[in-house]
Design a protein around this ligand. Sequence first.
Ligand code: FPP
Length: 248
Amino acid sequence: MDETTSFDIRLVPTHVAIIMDGNGRWAEERNKPRLAGHKAGVDSVRAVVETARDIGVRHLTLYAFSTENWQRPPTEVTGLMKLLRTYLESELRTMLKNDIRLFCLGQRERLPVDVRRVLGTVMEETADCSGMTLNLALSYGGRNEMMRAVRQLAKQCVDGELDYRSLSEDMLTNLLDTAGQPDPDLLIRTGGEHRLSNFLLWQASYAELYFTETKWPDFRKDQLLEAVAAYGRKQRRFGKTGAQLNTG
Ligand code: FPP
């Protein structure tokens, strides 16, 4: 670790979620195929995972492939799946070394069988790691996630196991893919757009939102530290007076 150790751990968000946008435009600006942008984006994933772990983030969620992304040209979808598989295969050792648990949000069953297999292996191998949880949102959509949870609750009501009058927010929360994990504190979107794009719709209710023009392939360690620092400044101001802050 280097200068990242100077971060005040109390100001580091427990859960950071990121919409990694701008790969395609980054590539187009350089007259390269879109896939070159995604490839460079994998290097950003590596840098951001390492930095997040170093500064004490406990949960990092990356939006790697949405339910809507299946509509992209087949060559792009195939290319992304291949990048994902290669990334998982190459990162297992690093994840174990850095005590990172891999978890998957979304409809795993829709992924190609080779991706599912390596995903399953890495999730199993890292299941006992407790330094940080890395959630990859794959074939993920917030509405789809909520509908899957709602259907389970509806079935329990129909089967007489639950009274609809006793339904609570916690019950739904506990049936989401993120069950057992805290809600994101900081949600970052790269690439200049200001929308949530069906990402963690329920969980992000109280998240601080951070938008940056920087495209994902250019979002590395310094950019993450900048986003976390901006979050820290907001947290410090949140509902408190200067005097209260000075006395801790
Ligand atoms: C959005 O950029 C990005 C994606 C749809 C895919 C993100 C994937 C990666 C960063 C690489 C693979 C992931 C892992 C975890 C190894 P875009 O293509 O929509 O960009 P644009 O808005 O400029 O077209």
